[in-house]
Design a protein around this ligand. Sequence first.
Ligand SMILES: NC(=O)c1ccc[n+]([C@@H]2O[C@H](COP(=O)([O-])OP(=O)(O)OC[C@H]3O[C@@H](n4cnc5c(N)ncnc54)[C@H](OP(=O)(O)O)[C@@H]3O)[C@@H](O)[C@H]2O)c1
Length: 446
Amino acid sequence: MLPLCIGILGYGEVGSSLARYLLHNKAVLAERTNCIIDIKKIYSRTTKKIIDSGVPASLIADSWQAVVNDSSISCIVELMGGTDTALECISTSLRLGKNVVTANKAVLAEHGASIWNIARKHSACIGFEASCGGGVPIIRAITDGLIANKITSIIAVLNGSCNFILSEMDQKNIPFDTALDTATQLGMVEADPALDIEGKDAAHKIAIMCSLAYNSRIDFSTLQQKGISEVENIDMQLGKKLGYRIKLIAAGIDLGNELCIWVHPAFLPHTHPLASIDGPYNAISVHGSMVGNTLYSGRGAGGRATASAIVADLISIANGSTKQNFNSTVQWADLNTYSRQGDMKQFTCAVYLRLFVEDELGVLAKIAAILADNNISIARVLQEDSPHSSSTDGNAHYGNSGYATLIVITHLTQWGNIERSKQGIEALTQVQSPIAMYPIIEQIQD
Ligand SMILES: NC(=O)c1ccc[n+]([C@@H]2O[C@H](COP(=O)([O-])OP(=O)(O)OC[C@H]3O[C@@H](n4cnc5c(N)ncnc54)[C@H](OP(=O)(O)O)[C@@H]3O)[C@@H](O)[C@H]2O)c1
């Protein structure tokens, strides 16, 4: 039997689920894996939570230092979140030669290269499967299963809370704020909802995945991110009529001369494999040069799903495979330099535009001229009467009476062309600002 003595830092949703699993399933896990995972100490800010859950008092520590400095512990599991204390705990543990397992995407996306560098210097390693996609084993897929491939694109639905809110808006025909309230009541958004809603959580995850997939350091500070707080129900319903669903997409695409990495709401055709990912689920579509399209999906959050990935990391640390992989492969950010990193401007796609325009002659011609000036040709135009601001479904930005709803679907163009057109179109006196713009993402053809 291979023993692994661990200390757990953080006893929230994930830490408590992990401790519960390990305390009750040690023997079963040992039978299946030949590894015995022993919790030696647990520390968290609020000790009462640990006591109340029935953890033996002998396992409770009174500081993170007491866990990290315990010589009987060889692996620290960091589940506190954030980038301050967590970074200190992880760095200190690695400097002591202890291996680390973490679910903390923020700390890895923002400080990954220096963390891996410290690990390498001190002959330690890090398991972080749970940091991207919760229970979905996407890190193993990228660093192991797809190793024969040159990865060309990652397109993913990575934030369960956003996906839940968009699914609620879509299925119940309700505005964003109502769906956000439901998600908050169900405990599905972070204490700071902006992390989920404004796309930062998804940005952290795509940054980690791109770093590994493209053997590159990623500059998180310049990663373009737009969340779902401006998604309006009208676009969801119009999109549905046209055969699309709106998802918060995190993308990392290798354009050859640069990596195009961004988070943005997008239209997906109903037939796209990510279009049917609903509620709290995550899904990641990875295109590899040999294998073509692959898809990974499952519960992207929740204590049990996340603990499932952490246990896998613990077993891989116990049996030595994490360390072997860390020492023998070169995907790790500390061994690589920054690639040229672009945002959505270079991304080529068809685009959905929705505008409220004065219902008079010549407006469409003016809009078409601005698009043409920016090298954009129109594939389809539809016009509908606008619902009014007094509509009972509560959306705030509906057009005034006398306005029509114009939907323009473009041919393939670069997103940068669309951004340039937006300003010109919104400057037209006949157009009500803001206009809605969504990239339309098609599945890559194998
Ligand atoms: N929840 C998920 O579904 C999920 C999925 C994937 C990854 N993750 C990641 O897993 C990590 C933990 O998430 P979580 O949902 O379990 O968070 P959580 O429920 O907020 O739990 C965090 C725990 O850490 C403690 N803590 C926070 N800062 C601390 C500090 N400075 N010193 C001591 N204790 C501290 C908190 O104490 P208090 O109880 O006093 O607040 C709490 O017990 C995060 O990095 C998160 O991004 C979570």
